[in-house]
Design a protein around this ligand. Sequence first.
Ligand code: HEC
Length: 208
Amino acid sequence: MKLIKSIYVIAVVGVAFGLASCGASGDNPGYEYAPQMYNSVPYEGLTQIVNEDEGQWLSTREDGKGEFFNTNVNNPSKMNMREPVANTVPRTKDGMLPYRLKAFELEKAAEIQNPVELTDQVLAEGQQLYIQFCTACHGANGEGDGLAGQVIGGVANLKGGAYVNLPEGHIFHVIMKGKGRMGAHGSQIPQERIWKIVHYVKQEIQKQ
Ligand code: HEC
């Protein structure tokens, strides 16, 4: 009987504690279960706790600081992430500005000039990339007769009609963002390489 009674008491106390811990109001955040799940032990880019005493009640740290303090003391700004230099824009890995035009801004894109200098090396790389990414649909000669293209149907013949006169920026944009039934390739091919493909399409396929 005694055992059952103590189980009963423990259960009541447990439920009462459980309910009490749900009560968060005003300055009282309630009890946190496993706080280290919320407050990261390693440095994190997007959180920064500068108060050295935060989490003191839980701390087992040798430096005597609170458990949640996670400011990177080795960085001059004490930030975990460095702040970007004022008046600067981040570049992509290949040194390009981020491409910000939206899929529907095709007309604006048409004005962009090819920033990659045309050399034999660039043409050779462009050809390689064209074979890798475009031949399946557009065919080796760009006539829209690739094996996948035959199944999909409606693939543009890059040598035909008005396609020949497409501005380079237009072709770049279509590869980057896709158009109609052609999917976007922007997430697969870095900008610099797309411009190389554009050179290849213009010089070798369209002979422009
Ligand atoms: C999955 C098949 C497929 C692949 C891969 C593909 N295309 Fe296309 N492409 C199409 C189709 C289909 C169209 C016709 C789009 C439309 O207007 O509906 C098209 C249209 C185009 C156009 C004409 C755009 C316009 O304004 O009408 C260009 C230029 C082009 N593709 C270049 C490329 C290049 C360069 C690559 C390789 C990076 C490539 N495509 C990869 C299927 C593909």
